[in-house]
Design a protein around this ligand. Structure first.
Ligand code: PRX
Length: 635
């Protein structure tokens, strides 16, 4: 018997030991007992981190939507699968039952087929948090098309890069979106992006804000009439366990964004099993994750993990500040939310407001609170624990990544005693290792190092779309035979992990991963800019904010600096998105460089953080004099 549902600490340790001692038996039991397969696997696991090649449940056949929808129809067809809470609280929430979801996904799947989309084709989804987003994701999975969801806050250029990188044939979008009191012209962004995307022949447009948009003859089609005319039956495409399910882009420290490829069988097993345990989901619970489906958190823990467990999952269209700072708690009361999963940046922002916004609402339905995306500081942890959880709902600080597909290090609520700022213990099946700079594993407790994982788990991304070499170099070449996460971590005296942050040039701003190189490239496009360097510095709400050092060309000298700052941020917004804007921009005559011409970011980071007591070794600098100049003018 598998231990699908872990309920206490002793059981966790027992299950964990089993998962390490015999991973294949462990995962095989879970896969066998809790999912429907059209054909069984020939082999549970085949792997080689040096290539790297990882295959789970090879030879097995399935369709993930049969697991997320069809199999629940007999016992819970009338249960709400997706509970849609609109941006405007006066608009009625929509309860989509499993029966309705089945029909709507099939209709959407049939529409995609009519548009010529087949198994293996890439479908770009650029939609706001409306039901069509979840439904289109599932519709792709129904017919074996590979979805590539692009967060609808990304700019036209960022969207075009992602469409072209994986050759999407079609884009699914809407006439616009609501975001608090604002509306956003999504279709306009798509139109601009598609000027650079010759491969896209069709766009399907959902109606959300009823704006007057232009539709390009022969390319743009309104979605709803097509759905209305489509059959509610669509036989699921039978997929291999290792067939790609989706591509999701994440920033790297250099180069263009990486299209992480997740496959079908292992991803399903892992996201479902983690969802069940990390949130202790029980039948009739109402679960709410506030992320956007445009991020991995939304893929795994709004759509696939919850639905594979037959759960009710809430999709929220709006923002925490609209119509006021009480919106999250109003929704908790209104829908009697049992599990609530959000990001530290949201908690920090909410904690700055008056407690009246919280105290007005009945939060007694809450049982488990989650956080994800960045380290949670002690103050925010306590605010969440005291005021939202009323000290009775355990906080699960879940550490994981786009690349890991599912939650990796986390407490199991009611089993693992929590400790503020600690993600605590590895989930069953996860074997973390801390490595030193010489590539040796650091054993024992009360140590810190670079966080690696030494054994594969079912939801690990299998490659980077179109660039397996980059996949190997980024994740498997720093430490031999280890998956390197890019994070630093410490292990305390009882073996709990605390993630200390990125050790590469990725900066996490408000929970969003941002690579420094693409932002610097955008800045350097400004005609007055000669060179730039970006670093992170601590920010009360965002966790980190971006600090830019910019050298101007001669043509830029004498220009109004405030204007230049605006123009630079405008370019960043156009190339990447508003999330990558800089909080501070310092103009300087030089950047500290090594003799080989590398920018010494370590020094720039210290200056931006106002931590200049010990700048470390500067003797290798080509131009040590610029350090003082930069320090004198720090913002
Ligand atoms: O640095 C870690 C941080 O977010 C990175 C992964 O970002 P992304 O791929 O966008 O996925 C975010 C959602 C899963 C990690 O390398 N991170 C994520 N969760 C935590 C975290 N840092 C500390 N504590 C966490 N709980």
């Amino acid at each position: 018997m598998s231990n699908y549902h872990i309920k206490h600490l002793e059981e966790y340790y027992q299950v964990y030991r089993k998962s390490v001692r015999n991973p294949e038996v462990f995962w095989e039991e879970i896969a066998e007992e809790h999912f429907v397969w059209r054909k069984r696997w020939n082999k549970v696991l085949d792997w080689d981190f040096s290539k790297p090649e990882i295959k789970w449940f090879e030879g097995a056949k399935l369709n993930i939507t049969e697991n997320c929808i069809d199999r629940h129809l007999r016992t819970k067809g009338d249960k709400t699968a997706i509970l849609f809470e609109p941006n405007d609280p006066s608009e009625a929430a929509e309860h989509i039952t499993y029966n309705q979801l089945y029909k709507r996904v099939n209709q959407f799947a049939n529409v995609l087929k009519e548009q010529g989309i087949k198994k293996g084709d890439r479908v770009c989804i650029y939609l706001p948090m409306i039901p069509e987003l979840a439904i289109s994701v599932l519709a792709c999975a129904r017919i074996g098309a590979i979805h590539s969801v692009v967060f609808a806050g990304f700019s036209a250029t960022a969207l075009a890069t992602r469409i072209n990188d994986c050759d999407c044939k079609i884009v699914l979008t809407s006439d616009g979106s609501y975001r608090g009191a604002k509306t956003i012209d999504l279709k306009g962004i798509v139109d601009t992006a598609l000027e650079q995307c010759p491969g896209v022949k069709t766009t399907l447009v959902a109606k959300r804000i009823n704006s007057d948009i232009s539709m390009k003859e022969g390319r743009d089609k309104w979605l709803q009439p097509l759905l209305d005319a489509a059959s509610t039956e669509c036989a699921p495409e039978i997929m291999d366990a290792e067939d790609p399910l989706f591509i999701l882009y994440t920033s790297g420290s250099t180069g263009k964004p990486k299209g992480m490829v997740h496959t079908t069988g292992g991803y399903m097993v892992y996201t479902a099993y983690t969802f069940k345990n990390v949130f202790q989901y029980k039948e009739n619970d109402i679960y709410w994750c506030t992320a956007d489906i445009g991020w991995i958190t939304g893929h795994s823990y709004i759509v696939y993990g919850p639905l594979a467990n037959g759960a009710t999952t809430v999709m929220f269209e709006g923002v925490p500040t609209y119509p006021d700072w009480g919106r999250f708690w109003e929704i908790v009361e209104k829908h009697k939310i049992n599990q609530f999963y959000t990001a530290p940046t949201a908690i920090r922002a909410l904690a700055k407001e008056k407690l009246d916004f919280v105290d007005k609402y009945d939060l007694s339905s809450l049982k488990v609170l989650g956080t994800v995306g960045e380290p949670i500081n002690e103050e925010a942890w306590h605010w969440y624990n005291d005021n939202i959880g009323k000290k009775k709902s355990p906080i699960v600080d879940t550490w994981w990544q786009t690349e890991t597909g599912g939650i990796m290090i986390t407490p199991i609520p009611f089993a693992t005693p929590t400790k503020p700022t600690y993600a605590t213990l590895p989930f069953p099946g996860i074997q973390p290792a801390l490595m030193d700079e010489n590539g040796q594993e650091i054993k024992g407790n009360q140590v810190d190092g670079r966080l690696c994982i030494k054994f594969p788990w079912p939801a690990i991304a299998r490659t980077i779309w179109g660039n397996h070499k980059r996949y190997r170099e980024t994740y498997f070449s720093t430490f031999k035979n280890q998956y390197f996460t890019g994070d630093g971590a410490l292990r305390d005296e009882v073996g709990y992990y605390r993630i200390t942050g990125r050790v590469d040039d990725v900066i996490i701003v408000s929970g969003h991963n941002l690579g420094t190189a693409p932002i610097e490239d955008a800045i350097n496009e400004h005609q007055a800019v000669a060179e730039s360097a970006i670093v992170g510095f601590p920010h009360d709400i965002k966790g980190n904010a971006l600090y830019g050092y910019v050298i101007l060309k001669e043509t830029g000298e004498g220009r109004d600096h405030d204007n230049l700052r605006k123009e630079i941020n405008q370019i960043i917004t156009e190339r990447i998105g508003a999330i990558a804007k800089l909080d501070k921009i310092q103009f300087t005559n030089g950047l500290p460089k090594t003799r080989s011409g590398k920018i010494m970011r370590r020094i720039l980071r210290k200056i931006a953080c106002k931590d200049t007591g010990n700048l470390g070794d500067t003797s290798t600098l080509l131009n040590p004099e610029v350090v003082q100049e930069i320090m004198d003018n720090v913002l």
